[in-house]
Each structure stands twice: as C-alpha cells, then as structure tokens.
Design a protein. Structure first.
Length: 92
C-alpha cells in the first residue's frame, strides 16, 4: 500500500511504502525552512539536489545527492531548502 503525506501547506510531499517490513518515504521538498518532529529514527538520503539539516544539538550540515543523515527518534530537527530537492527516508 502507498500512503500520501503532505506537510507545510503542500511544500513537502511524500509517498510512504514498506519494503521487507521496513517503512520508507520518498518525497519532494520545495524551498523554505521547516521544523520536523520525529517518532522513529530517520535516515534521510538526498536523491536530487541538496538541503541543509540541523539535527538536535548539532550544527547545520549540508546533505548532497547520495548523502545520508541520521536523525534520532522522538526528536525535532530543522531543514533548509534553497532549491527544490528530493529524498528517500528509511525509518527504524
């Protein structure tokens, strides 16, 4: 089953799915700065473009195409997007 998610008035959209009992989302981010809360640990991989992420208690980090950043569960992080970008997120 595919689930559709929309956040920040449609500025972030994603499709959710499961593969071998592991949940994923594949999404698109439009330009902006966002604060996102997590329930599970998130492994976010940039698939097109780049964005900046500030994990809890850390400095800003640029995530470029092919790079992955891990965000702890039950936390909050910030993300800045200059130009539209896409990602895949694996949840643990």
């Amino acid at each position: 089953m595919i689930t559709v998610h929309e956040y920040f008035e449609g500025r972030i959209k994603s499709l959710g799915f499961e593969l071998k009992a592991t949940p994923y989302t594949a999404g698109v981010l439009l330009a902006g700065q966002y604060t996102i809360d997590t329930e599970k640990e998130e492994h976010i991989t940039a698939t097109v473009g780049e964005f900046e992420v500030r994990p809890p208690g850390s400095d800003w980090k640029t995530v470029r195409t092919g790079e992955t950043i891990m965000i702890p569960s039950k936390s909050s992080f910030e993300i800045k997007v200059i130009e539209p970008a896409s990602y895949i997120c694996r949840y643990r």
